[in-house]
Design a binder for this molecule. Structure first.
Ligand code: SF4
Length: 117
């Protein structure tokens, strides 16, 4: 049986190289730098994404504030994190860049406000 091959565009830099990853032996083709190779292997074995959401604000300028993780988290954890954020309420006013929550669900990330509220 031939190995499964994943084809996708690298998003690490604007060059957007086309990468081919063979899952059977971790072989990666099409990258032009080590960062692309590292990302491609991670994308196949443990894909991660930056999460953006909105949380409630109490006594703020606005009733909600947009937030995001300060780094990508495993895709498998996104539903649980979204539920946590949906139940969260922060005391206003909120500043841009304010850390709302550190290491939610034990993840190595911070929830950061992306606007004032
Ligand atoms: S493989 Fe390297 S050069 Fe190509 S898009 Fe990815 S990071 Fe950029």
């Amino acid at each position: 049986m031939s190995p499964k091959v994943y084809r996708f565009t690298c998003i690490v830099c604007p060059l957007g190289c086309t990468l081919e990853v063979e899952i059977e032996n971790g072989k990666v083709k099409g990258y032009t730098c080590p960062k692309g190779k590292e990302w491609a292997i991670e994308e196949v074995t443990n894909p991660k994404r930056v999460v953006m959401s909105v949380i409630k604000v109490k006594n703020g300028k606005l009733p909600t504030v947009s937030v995001k993780t300060d780094k990508p988290i495993p895709k498998a954890k996104i539903p649980e994190l979204m539920k946590l954020l949906a139940d969260l309420e922060v005391e206003g006013p909120v500043k841009v860049g304010q850390v709302i929550l550190e290491n939610p669900l034990g993840l190595d990330t911070k929830i950061v406000a992306t606007r004032e509220a």
